[in-house]
Design a protein around this ligand. Structure first.
Ligand SMILES: NC(=O)C1=CN([C@@H]2O[C@H](COP(=O)(O)OP(=O)(O)OC[C@H]3O[C@@H](n4cnc5c(N)ncnc54)[C@H](O)[C@@H]3O)[C@@H](O)[C@H]2O)C=CC1
Ligand SMILES: O=C([O-])CC(=O)C(=O)O
Length: 315
């Protein structure tokens, strides 16, 4: 049985996902799909050479058509426009929904059972769109953001402390936007609570910087957004699914009553396995955290309402 993974969108993020998987030798076959076929071909060849250099058994190929995706266990969707300075992720909503429709319509017939990881922004709304367009069960479609946002928070904690790198566990739930919910209470350094190491003011600064980390990078790069940490964070999800590891990661899923929310995608801890989102974990939130989470789901709900009104009704 081969582990086949397909990546739709061989741009910046898709390339890092493919490269990470190829370097780890996690997938036997990695298929790159892009509407710019030459981009996919060039990157596939380059990644195959890199895999060969490290004697990884992964083979990376560019798809000639969606037929090449058939048999994939996991499919990552990174196709979509990235934002530029001055834009919010929400500004990409309708343009990227069109792309999502094109991609998922193609995937439905060739890979109806694959686990899909959505990366395109605005993340939570695009995950909802993929679920709705494909008519998939909710365990089959996940969004990547929580691992990235938590990693960013961990790094900003390190910056404040100046020690503890590699021992910091940070926790961020909620949507992948300005209303994400960093949880300092569930963040530790080698098991030591953050509140024993940083002042309240320092913790608040970490929280604010985490929320705007994506925009900070867009401001530096100017032509697009982050891709190393997003790509690696996605590869971590792929690994858990391929290995059926049953590990818990923060991921975007369609909530079905958990946290008192229904029919909205938002980031929460999820157990990942070969069936995708195998269990949604409910963390106990205090009233203030619950209110922040509610605001976050409201922000996603607003985008879903726009999609329902201006996108799905037209289709
Ligand atoms: N969830 C997250 O945490 C993150 C999400 N993103 C999002 O991921 C998406 C991709 O970002 P980048 O890779 O930096 O962009 P990029 O512009 O480098 O790559 C996008 C690729 O998608 C391809 N594409 C567009 N329409 C397509 C279609 N219909 N079929 C196949 N391929 C198509 C383009 O040709 C391009 O190669 C953006 O929407 C970005 O906002 C980026 C970073 C983090
Ligand atoms: O900021 C962006 O537009 C890309 C993204 O989602 C991130 O890096 O968190």
């Amino acid at each position: 049985m081969t582990n086949k993974v397909s990546i739709i969108g061989a741009g910046n993020v898709g390339s890092i996902v493919g490269y990470s998987l190829a370097m780890q030798g996690l997938a036997h076959e990695i298929i790159l799909v892009d509407r710019d076929t030459d981009r996919a071909k060039g990157k596939a060849l380059d990644m195959s050479h890199a895999a060969s250099a490290v004697r990884s058994h992964s083979i990376v190929r560019a798809a000639e058509s969606y037929e090449d995706v058939r048999g994939s266990k996991v499919i990552i969707i990174t196709a979509g426009f990235p934002r530029k300075p001055g834009m919010t992720r929400e500004d990409l909503l309708l343009k990227n929904a069109e792309i999502m429709k094109d991609v998922v319509d193609n995937l439905k017939s060739v890979a109806p059972d694959a686990v899909i990881i959505v990366v395109s922004n605005p993340l939570d709304a695009m995950t909802y769109a993929a679920l709705k367009i494909g008519g998939f069960p909710r365990n089959q479609v996940l969004g990547m953001a929580g691992i990235l946002d938590s990693a960013r928070m961990a790094y900003f904690i390190y910056e404040k402390l100046g020690y503890g790198a590699g021992q910091i566990r940070a926790s961020v739930i909620g949507g992948h936007g300005d209303f994400m919910v960093p949880l300092p209470k569930y963040s530790t350094v080698a098991g030591v609570p953050l509140s024993d190491l940083l002042s309240q003011k320092e913790i608040e600064e970490v929280v604010e910087r985490t929320k705007h980390a994506g925009a900070e990078i867009v401001g530096y790069l100017k032509t697009g957004s982050a891709y190393f940490a997003p790509g690696k964070s996605t590869a971590i999800m792929v690994e858990a699914i391929l290995k059926d590891s049953k590990q818990i990661f923060p991921c975007a899923v369609l909530l079905d009553g958990e946290y008192g929310v229904k029919n909205v995608v938002n980031g929460v801890p999820v157990m990942l396995g070969s069936n995708g989102a195998e269990k949604v974990i409910e963390v106990t939130l205090d009233p203030c955290e619950r209110e922040l989470f509610r605001r976050s789901t409201d922000a996603v709900k607003e985008m879903i309402d726009v999609l329902e009104k201006d996108f799905f009704k037209e289709k």
